[in-house]
Design a protein around this ligand. Structure first.
Ligand SMILES: *Cc1c(COP(=O)(O)O)cnc(C)c1O
Length: 389
C-alpha cells in the first residue's frame, strides 16, 4: 500500500479524535440568512460586513460587465488579460486609499504571498504579529528571510526584535519588514498602527498592513484601519471578499514597488487576471463603500445593541469592529454552543485550533449592515440562555 494512504488515513482519524474535524455545509443564502434543505438560520458567520454581496445594484453592475466585457479575462495581465475595467479599478483604489499605485490579485492569499516572496531576500528580517493570517505566516516561513513573531499587538516586543536585528547584522544592507493585520480576523481588535508605524520608521523598517477586515468598515469613507490611525503604511493589502462583497485583492504601494511586483511576482505574472466583469463590479462596490456611510453607522448601532443585551456575567469584551469573538477555550464546548444556537435558528460558527491558538476556541460572531436590531438582540438573548445550560 502506498505510504500516502496510511498517512492520510492516520491524519484524518487524529483530527476526528481531537474534535477538530471540519466539514463544509452546502448552503443557499439571502441578505442575512442561510438555509439548507428546509432549515433556515440567521447568518452571523459571514464577512460580508457591509451587506454588499446581495446588493442589487452590485449584481446589476456585474451583469452589465459581463455584457460589455465577456466572461473570463483570457490571459494573465502581462499577456492579454489586463483590460480597461482593471485599469479603472486600480486607479480608483489608488486615489481613494492615497497611494501611487494599486495592483490587482485574484485573492488576498495570493497578494500576501506575492509581496512577501518577491520582497524578501536572504538575511532580511520579517517581523510578524503572532496572530497574522495563515497566508502571511506560511509565506514568511517559506521565504529566505529570518522571520520573528512578536506577541500580539505588543509594540515593545516588536521594538526589541527590531533592535536585535540591527545588532545581529550591522554591516550588511539587511532590510526589515514589519507585517500586521489592521483588524485581526479572529479577535476583531485593532493593531496599534500609529505606534507600530513610529517604531518601524525609527528602525528603518517598512510597515505592511493587511487590512482585509478593516477596509470598507473603518475610517473616513471606509478607507480602513490606517486612515483611522492616521498613518500611511508602506504597503497596504486590501481584499475584496469581505466588505466589498466580491472577490480578489489589491496591493497598494509606490510606483517602484508596483513595477517591481509586475516584473517579479510569480502570483501576478503566472496567473490569469480576474474577469474584467468582476473588476467592473468592484469599481461599483468601491463607489458604494465610499458613499454609503449608513452601512458603517448601522454596524456601530448593531454592535452597541448586542453588547448591551448580553448578560454581563458572560464577560464579553466588545470590539470596535463587526467581529465579535466569544471566547470559550474548549473546542468541544464551542461546538456544543454553536450547535445549541443552530437549534434556535442562529448560525454562529465555532472557530477551533489550528485557526486560533490552542485552548482559545471561540464563537466568531459577525454582523452585516443587513442585520436588524432585533436580529442581534435575538442572538444575545439566545446566547444568554445557552451559555449556562
Ligand atoms: C481573508 C483574509 C485573507 C485572504 O483573502 P482572500 O481574498 O480570502 O484569499 C488575507 N488576510 C486576512 C487577514 C484575511 O482575513
Amino acid at each position: 500500500m502506498p505510504r500516502f494512504n496510511t498517512r492520510i488515513a492516520q491524519a484524518l482519524s487524529e483530527r476526528e479524535q481531537q474534535g477538530l474535524y471540519r466539514q463544509r455545509v452546502c448552503l443557499t443564502r439571502n441578505a442575512q440568512q442561510v438555509s439548507e434543505a428546509s432549515h433556515t438560520w440567521l447568518n452571523f458567520s459571514s464577512n460580508d460586513y457591509l451587506g454588499l454581496a446581495q446588493e442589487p445594484s452590485l449584481l446589476q453592475a456585474w451583469q452589465q460587465g459581463l455584457t460589455l466585457y465577456g466572461a473570463g479575462s483570457g490571459a494573465s495581465p502581462l499577456v492579454t488579460g489586463f483590460h480597461s475595467p482593471h485599469a479603472k479599478l486600480e486607479q480608483q483604489l489608488a486615489e481613494w486609499l492615497g497611494y501611487d499605485r494599486a495592483l490587482l490579485f485574484n485573492s488576498g492569499f495570493s497578494a500576501n504571498q506575492a509581496v512577501l516572496f518577491t520582497l524578501l531576500a536572504k538575511n532580511d528580517w520579517l517581523l510578524q504579529d503572532k496572530l497574522n493570517h495563515a497566508s502571511l505566516m506560511e509565506a514568511g516561513m517559506l521565504s529566505p528571510a529570518t522571520m520573528k513573531r512578536f506577541k500580539h499587538n505588543d509594540v515593545a516586543h516588536l521594538s526589541r526584535l527590531l533592535s536585535s536585528a540591527a545588532q545581529s547584522d550591522a554591516q550588511s544592507d539587511l532590510a526589515k519588514l514589519v507585517v500586521t493585520e489592521g483588524v485581526f480576523s479572529m479577535d476583531g481588535d485593532l493593531a496599534p498602527l500609529a505606534e507600530m508605524a513610529a517604531v518601524s520608521q525609527q528602525h528603518d523598517a517598512w510597515l505592511m498592513v493587511d487590512d482585509a477586515h478593516g477596509c470598507g468598515v473603518l475610517g473616513e469613507a471606509g478607507r480602513g484601519s490606517c486612515d483611522l490611525a492616521e498613518i500611511k503604511a508602506d504597503i497596504l493589502i486590501v481584499t475584496f471578499g469581505k466588505a466589498f462583497g466580491l472577490q480578489g485583492a489589491a496591493v497598494l504601494c509606490s510606483e517602484d514597488v508596483a513595477e517591481y511586483l509586475i516584473q517579479f511576482a510569480r502570483h501576478f505574472v503566472y496567473s490569469t487576471a480576474m474577469p474584467p466583469a468582476q473588476a467592473y463590479a468592484l469599481v461599483h462596490a468601491c463607489e458604494r463603500i465610499q458613499q454609503d456611510q449608513w452601512r458603517r453607522d448601522k454596524l456601530v448601532e448593531l454592535s452597541d445593541a448586542f453588547a448591551l443585551a448580553l448578560d454581563p456575567a458572560i464577560g464579553f469584551q466588545n470590539t470596535p469592529t463587526p467581529i465579535k469573538p466569544l471566547l470559550l477555550g474548549d473546542s468541544n464546548k464551542a461546538v456544543k454552543i454553536s450547535q445549541a444556537l443552530k437549534e434556535q435558528g442562529l448560525w454562529v460558527s465555532a472557530i477551533r485550533p489550528p485557526t486560533v491558538p490552542v485552548n482559545s476556541a471561540r464563537l466568531r460572531i459577525t454582523f452585516t449592515a443587513n442585520h436588524q436590531l432585533d436580529d442581534v438582540k435575538r442572538l444575545a438573548t439566545a446566547i444568554n440562555e445557552v451559555m449556562y445550560d
